[in-house]
Design a protein around this ligand. Sequence first.
Ligand code: ADP
Length: 193
Amino acid sequence: MNIILFGPPGAGKGTQAKRLEAEFGYKQLSTGDMLREQIAKGTELGLKAKEVMDRGELVSDDIVIGMIRSYIECGTCQKGAIFDGFPRTVAQAEALDKMLSECNLQIDYVIELDVEDASLIERIMKRAAEEGRGDDTAEAFKTRLALYRDYSANVLPYYKYKGLHALVDGAQSMDEVTASLMDVLGLKKVRQA
Ligand code: ADP
């Protein structure tokens, strides 16, 4: 099963993807984490991406599609993947479909985490204090949110048309969001006695 977690910055995609990975074995594929890894390693790609990310803008389609391509190897991810922060443009969504279909795979669910702007700003400011991410400044966040609302949200009709879209209230507690996601995905928690 391949899942896309979709939603504005601060919606909780990364948190939830990590939980589903730990509990059910789906591989989290976060383009944001991949880019931050390149920055940490000080690669040429990382240096280029950092400037763009710190402004809150989008890294080029070619770069992120290339990174995702290197992870989608036919047959390597048995359980499936959770795409987190990708695709963010229609071009990325089309490229993802193509890469998956070459392995006879497909996207099964696109779950949108819905959170209102005021709560997002609150969460990002809290994360800024805790983690000090370069793009969690008020200015960069404004750009990230505007880009999401004006641009990335346009990816949703692409999946709605295919009948894959589901909406989850991302303003609930972390556990409630996880439970809602599991409901949509038809997953049951396995607890050892
Ligand atoms: P958030 O969802 O909180 O914005 P991410 O870690 O997903 O955090 O992304 C951080 C930044 O990384 C984005 O603002 C953007 O600059 C870059 N980025 C991540 N994924 C993509 C993508 N699919 N396409 C373009 N840029 C991306």
